[in-house]
Design a protein around this ligand. Structure first.
Ligand SMILES: Nc1ncnc2c1ncn2[C@@H]1O[C@H](COP(=O)(O)OP(=O)(O)O)[C@@H](O)[C@H]1O
Ligand SMILES: [Mg+2]
Length: 467
């Protein structure tokens, strides 16, 4: 954002007005007015970032304008007051002015106030822009999928959202949607007006987690030049999402346990006991029970966290959602990237359907987005997908107990092939005895003979092959 900022100077003293306008004019767009009515007109016609407003104006009290200029956060306002009138400065601040400056002032002082006000404006604009950019946090409706396991997760979120103090533990592999679930618990609950604050125990250096979480008082450690609120305080009235809780250093676990039990804590280096009103949602892809057995996670903390567990199965255990989610991500990516893609080719679908998705939904989303970027036709083809290696280890049999080995769907045998091989196998084991083989296969002798002929299996004549 490099375009010059617009400053409206409202001042009835002509000398002062011109001086200030000239002073700001080199680096800002400056508008000037001498009365309330001029100020109103200029403000209505221009997008003004900052108003420098003298409170004493010929046609009225500038105070009445403050509220109007602040409506919908349209402009920042700094009021200029004659020295003894500190009362009106206070009233102006109450009406929404950001700052005030007393007459007489020198230009350095004036510069400082203007700079500060414009920086404040810039930050406000940035926040608004970031909020708009960030996909708005949603409730359960953002958790897509038809698999019964996911429907159950949505149901559990709604249930636990209704009790706003219950601690939730979200368990599942990386990329299954644990963050999404944490946000949904917050959004579906009465705490949605409070903040949703995320702490990731694995991305903050262990030595800093404590201060991040609990805040610190001035002088608590060498760098602590001032006191600071921790994330717990920031999450007050809202939800604290403890991501990767399995990575929380052992020595900090008792402190967290204490907050979970009492909702009370002290800042680092502080004596005051502070109270918070937060819901804790913890998430991990680790086996916490195993960690407890190995002494790497405290059992009492797990017990406190595990009040309402939500288990999210990996994507490969809800295969029916692979194609569904892939289509959703394809539509989403094509819209964002301005591509008119219709869908996937059958072989691309088969390929995705057969893949194991170790990175779960996150990997699926990335693969689809990449494919949308690469796609040259109106559908995503196999060659737009990554060249996944075929499993080289011995394939495991189909979990449903059929004779096939799950793998690349397009490489699986046709039913006819399987039938042919199976009939041949049974027929040989029966010593080419058609009566016996037909019994095992559950076919009539006539049908078996017909099939043997059809599949070109030679009638080698067993012990009972006369007919
Ligand atoms: N059921 C789902 N429906 C839609 N998007 C999902 C679903 N599950 C996960 N995602 C998406 O997959 C990505 C990874 O999810 P995330 O919540 O960060 O996973 P985790 O925290 O378990 O690693 C995110 O972009 C998320 O929006
Ligand atoms: Mg996560």
């Amino acid at each position: 954002m490099t375009s010059p900022r617009t400053v409206l100077i409202v001042e009835d003293d002509a000398v002062m007005r011109t001086t200030l306008a000239k002073h700001l004019g080199s680096s800002h767009r400056v508008l000037v007015g001498a009365t309330c009515s001029e100020a109103r007109a200029l403000h209505a016609e221009n997008r003004v970032d900052l108003v420098i407003l003298d409170l004493h104006l010929p046609d009225g009290d500038g105070l009445a304008l403050v509220e109007q200029f602040r409506r919908d956060d349209e402009s920042e306002v700094v009021v200029v007051t004659a020295y003894p009138k500190i009362q009106s400065a206070v009233r102006a601040l109450k009406a929404g002015a950001l700052d005030y400056i007393n007459k007489p002032f020198d230009l350095d002082e004036f510069d400082l106030v203007v700079q500060k006000a414009l920086e404040h404006r810039r930050l406000r604009d940035e926040v608004v822009a970031l909020r708009r950019e960030r996909p708005s946090m949603g409730g359960v409706e953002r958790i897509l999928g038809h698999a019964p396991a996911i429907a159950r997760v949505r149901q559990e979120i709604r249930q636990v959202a209704a009790t706003p103090d219950t601690t939730v533990l979200v368990l599942g592999e990386s990329g299954v949607g644990k963050d999404l679930i944490g946000e949904a618990v917050h959004q579906e609950s009465a705490r949605r007006k409070g903040s949703f604050v995320r702490v990731n125990a694995s991305s903050i250096p262990a030595t800093m987690i404590e201060a991040e979480l609990f805040g610190h008082e001035r002088g608590a450690f060498t760098d602590a030049k001032s006191s600071r609120r921790g994330l717990l305080e920031i999450a007050d009235a809202g939800t604290l999402f403890l991501d990767e809780i399995g990575d929380l250093p052992l020595e900090l676990q008792p402190k967290l346990l204490q907050v979970l039990e009492t909702r009370r804590f002290r800042r680092v280096g502080g004596n005051r006991e502070l109270e918070v009103n937060v819901r804790f949602v913890a998430a991990t892809n680790r086996d916490l029970e195993g960690m407890v057995r190995e002494g790497r996670f405290r059992g009492d903390l797990l017990y406190r966290l595990n009040v309402f567990p939500i288990l999210v199965p990996p994507l490969r255990e809800r295969r029916e959602d692979v194609v569904f989610l892939a289509r959703h991500f394809l539509d989403d990516a094509s819209r964002r990237l301005g591509k008119a893609l219709k869908g996937f080719s059958p072989s691309a679908l088969a390929r995705m359907d057969a893949y194991k998705w170790p990175g779960n939904v996150r990997e699926l989303r990335n693969v689809v987005e990449r494919a949308v970027i690469l796609a040259r036709d109106e559908v995503v083809n196999v060659h737009d997908l990554p060249a996944w290696e075929q499993p080289t280890s011995t394939p495991t049999p189909c979990p449903d107990g059929c004779v096939a080995f799950p793998g690349d769907l397009s490489a699986l045998p046709r039913l006819e092939d399987v039938e042919r091989r199976y009939i041949l196998c049974v027929y040989r084991q029966a010593g080419n005895n058609k009566t016996r083989a037909a019994q095992v296969l559950g076919l009539s002798r006539v049908t078996l003979r017909e099939k043997l002929r059809q599949y070109g299996i030679a009638d080698e004549g067993g012990s009972n092959s006369t007919t």
